[in-house]
Design a protein around this ligand. Structure first.
Ligand code: PAF
Length: 281
């Protein structure tokens, strides 16, 4: 079983001792309720360092006042079993008051990238993500940290923060893990009822259609978006939040599809907000 650490003091002392011994710490931050997407992160992380640290922290700062902080799924025992199976050495799992004690008032914000796509629908979300990720980096002091490409905007923002603030952590993106029908794995998929789970397949199906359209010669992003919209709208349980085509490097507008263009979607089905993305070429 991995060692469990709950305080910042113990985690920082451990990190300093590990560095002094020449250990290379690799880090996988999570909010728990682990699935095979997290397993892929841990498997990619394990060979990259001598000590593998995973955090489990449901970060209140990245949830809006009407979002699912209270009902976010949690199962620490199951998470610890998966951590043990994947060779995690240390699980850092602090309480919210440890990370945000009374008087806390410093936040990190990556301008521009944080208020588009998911940031437009979830104001303040990415400010919460970057703040906690920077705090976790300062606590765990990793040499490398791994993030899933399903949250491509999050990955882009963290890469920008690390560059802009000269944070000595290598950021590694890991491919999205999908269910056999193409649905991207997510802890929030557990919110889906049987019918909603069946409906959710409209998201990967629409992405596949978009790639097919582009492969067939369509280069206008507006036409691709229209096609995706039609497919999702056919599903009565699905409510579109956004469908956009953007440049991978800086999430800027991409009216004409080229090698860097990506399709980004957010669709609500019941209580679950599903996000996904795909390269179009
Ligand atoms: O992707 C997540 O699970 C979270 O946003 C992260 C990176 C652990 C920060 O809370």
């Amino acid at each position: 079983m991995p060692k469990i650490i709950k305080t910042i003091k113990e985690m920082q002392e451990t990190s300093i001792a590990l560095a002094a011994r020449g250990e290379r710490v690799v880090f996988v931050p999570t909010m728990g309720y682990l699935h095979d997407g997290h397993r892929a992160l841990l498997r990619a992380a394990r060979p990259r360092g001598s000590t593998l640290v995973m955090s489990i922290f449901v970060n209140p700062a990245q949830f809006g006042p009407r979002e699912d902080l209270g009902s976010y799924p949690r199962d620490l025992d199951r998470d610890l079993r998966m951590a043990a199976e994947e060779g995690v050495d240390i699980v850092f799992t602090p309480e919210a008051a440890e990370i945000y004690p009374e008087g806390f008032r410093t936040y990190v914000e990556v301008e521009g990238l944080s208020n588009t796509l998911c940031g437009a629908s979830r104001p303040g979300h990415f400010r919460g993500v970057t703040t906690v990720v920077l705090k976790l980096f300062n606590i765990v002091m990793p040499r490398a940290a791994l993030f899933g490409r399903k949250d491509f905007q999050q990955l882009t923002i963290i890469e920008r923060m690390v560059k802009d603030l000269d944070i000595p952590v290598e950021i590694v993106g890991v491919e999205t893990v999908r269910e056999p029908d193409g649905l991207a794995m997510s802890s929030r998929n557990s919110y889906l009822s049987g019918d909603e789970r069946k409906a959710a397949v409209c998201v990967p199906r629409a992405m596949e259609e978009a790639r097919r359209l582009v492969a067939g010669g369509e280069a206008r992003s507006a036409a691709v978006i229209e096609k995706v919209k039609k497919i999702i709208e056919k599903e009565p349980l699905a409510v579109i939040d956004y469908i956009n085509v953007r440049r991978a490097e800086d999430l800027g507008d991409a009216p004409i599809v080229d090698g860097s263009s990506m399709l980004f979607l957010a669709v609500k089905i019941g209580k679950a907000r599903l996000i996904d993305n795909t390269r179009l070429k």
